[in-house]
Design a protein around this ligand. Structure first.
Ligand code: SF4
Length: 73
């Protein structure tokens, strides 16, 4: 039995205008997001980035729905 373990790549972006700086995405996916010390708003750590479960969960949980995650291939 083989694992089809090709890591998908996702384009990640945060709409800083809509972000309310709650920090939930940073708590849920600290490898993908950080809070900009200057603005307090979330930013993506890297894009494209591996499409992890944590990334998808953080995007789904964001109360402002301002995280965009699109599979980049
Ligand atoms: S969860 Fe959404 S609203 Fe909260 S800090 Fe992250 S991007 Fe901003």
């Amino acid at each position: 039995m083989s694992k089809a373990a090709s890591v998908r790549s996702c384009a990640v972006s945060v709409d800083a205008f809509r972000c309310n700086a709650c920090g939930a995405c940073v708590e849920m996916a600290p490898e993908h997001f950080f809070l900009d010390p200057a603005t307090g708003k979330a930013q993506e750590a890297a894009s494209p980035a591996p499409c992890t479960l944590e990334l998808e969960q953080a995007a789904a949980f964001c109360p402002r729905k301002c995280i965009s995650v699109e599979e980049a291939g």
